[in-house]
Design a protein around this ligand. Sequence first.
Ligand SMILES: [Zn+2]
Length: 259
Amino acid sequence: MKRIYLVTVLICIIMLFTSCTINEDVSKNAVVEEQVLASGSEDSNYVELNRVKDNIWVHTTYTNYNGYRTPSNGLVIETSDGLVMIDTPWNNEQTKELIKLTKDTFNKDFSLAVITHAHEDRIGGIDALLDNKIDVRSTMLTAELAEENGYKKPTPSLDSDPNIKIGDVAIEVFYPGEGHSADNIVVWLPNDRVLFGGCIIKDLNSEGLGSTTDANIQQWPISLNKLLEKYSDADVVIPGHGKWGDIGLIKHTLELLKQ
Ligand SMILES: [Zn+2]
């Protein structure tokens, strides 16, 4: 009798566990279908997350840039050892909102951030990262330019340590040469073949090169051709602003440079 009772209890526990697992899968799928998360009430603190791979999200924020409402992209990568941010939103308020949204969503903290060049749309939220004791890294040149541009300095470790392994995710940074800026680097995620190009790559809707104040127009195509060669098998290519796609974005940017 005691034995039957034990078996019944065991079956109940297994059924309960199975139903919990199913429920969890359903809620996870709901997020995958939607693929968009958002937080914040107005542009000053609004942040959006769009899923591009299982564990890779594009974060997008907006600001009034030279009179135009301008979106900007960075990445959030979920790893088994915390979250990684590639570039901050435009400002600290949006960056705080992104930290809050990701904490609510993934129940994880950022353990690392990478800055791809020292402009407002990449580094504008660095104070929020440093206040949260997040390890922020860049190249030596970006750290120097950050200081010149009035931002706090990231740790300049990427020149000597460009390949990062964090939890189950590999992150490789590469400097293709000057382009949009003297210091622009790209981030390659080999596991998913995702290339975060940042501002050296324009989206397909761009009819111009955007801000060229710090650009090197002669060198830019040479740097892009290096990217085309090195990352010809990229599955997703993400520009600094606008919609992501495939390596067609690099070819489009090369066309813009011919004009
Ligand atoms: Zn820039």
